[in-house]
Design a protein around this ligand. Sequence first.
Ligand SMILES: Cc1cc2nc3c(=O)[nH]c(=O)nc-3n(C[C@H](O)[C@H](O)[C@H](O)COP(=O)(O)OP(=O)(O)OC[C@H]3O[C@@H](n4cnc5c(N)ncnc54)[C@H](O)[C@@H]3O)c2cc1C
Ligand SMILES: NC(=O)c1ccc[n+]([C@@H]2O[C@H](COP(=O)([O-])OP(=O)(O)OC[C@H]3O[C@@H](n4cnc5c(N)ncnc54)[C@H](OP(=O)(O)O)[C@@H]3O)[C@@H](O)[C@H]2O)c1
Length: 232
Amino acid sequence: MASSPQKRTFPSRPQIPANVHSYLQVAPRVNIAILESAGSLGGTWSEDRVYSGLRTHNALGGLEVSDLEMEQRGTTDEGYVRGEDVTYYLYLLAKKFDLHRRIRYHCTVETIRKADDGERWELHLRNPTSSRVFCRKLIVASGLTSRPFIPGVPISGESVIPTFHSIELKKKEDFLRSDKVERVVVYGGSKSGFDAVYLAASSGKHVDWVIRTTGQGVGVRSICTPIQYCHC
Ligand SMILES: Cc1cc2nc3c(=O)[nH]c(=O)nc-3n(C[C@H](O)[C@H](O)[C@H](O)COP(=O)(O)OP(=O)(O)OC[C@H]3O[C@@H](n4cnc5c(N)ncnc54)[C@H](O)[C@@H]3O)c2cc1C
Ligand SMILES: NC(=O)c1ccc[n+]([C@@H]2O[C@H](COP(=O)([O-])OP(=O)(O)OC[C@H]3O[C@@H](n4cnc5c(N)ncnc54)[C@H](OP(=O)(O)O)[C@@H]3O)[C@@H](O)[C@H]2O)c1
């Protein structure tokens, strides 16, 4: 779908609500189902993933579709939109454009193939039993960051260290901030790594941050406090 020149479009804004609401404008009577593997709306910005203190790197106006302005709910001191405000915005967007009733949660698309009639798409779902749906038009908006990648890191020693991916920061937030944790190792020098380091360090934890030996990475560029490199 082409967007008109006066529309603001941001390639990294959440795709599903934006695409569906645009499509319904040109085809209001079409029967659209939004198949969502998670249990809440918003992907990266769902309430299941946004932990307290997560902020976007966008100023107000930078993460919205042109048909619904993001409410003035304040920003961080530096002028960034807060994560929880994106969650709320997506909820309002879905409400305004009647998307909530179209979403099927806990519905994972496992495979997509051309159906035997050669015209439709055939989707195999896990929801939680398996089933199939057929459609003539398909928008895939499964995100670039919705599946965690955990490199195999051999952990030696007797004690088992709690290990999790940054996608689980919301789920593990209370534990991470608790007195049970004194020291945290963050593996990976990019933006999620930076946010994890910030969350742990601002909760008073000693943080060891494992990054490339060159120090290269988004997180390192954006850090504004002195950093000690330890090449090991
Ligand atoms: C922590 C974090 C912070 C970010 N901050 C910013 C920022 O500040 N500014 C910015 O511009 N970008 C940011 N990004 C980039 C981010 O990817 C975009 O903001 C945006 O949310 C991406 O939207 P999306 O719809 O493409 O993907 P997602 O938000 O990942 O949504 C994809 C959806 O597809 C669902 N899904 C995936 N696979 C399946 C399947 N097989 N079956 C059914 N459903 C499935 C997922 O559950 C998810 O709900 C951030 C990314 C992360 C991870
Ligand atoms: N609050 C925010 O605004 C925010 C927060 C998180 C993410 N984002 C956005 O989301 C997108 C994804 O960012 P991301 O940080 O989640 O992921 P990413 O940019 O893909 O970074 C992945 C990190 O994992 C490391 N890594 C990958 N494979 C590795 C391996 N085998 N061994 C060791 N390290 C390995 C990489 O190290 P190397 O760099 O050394 O390769 C990199 O630091 C970006 O667009 C980002 O801007 C935004």
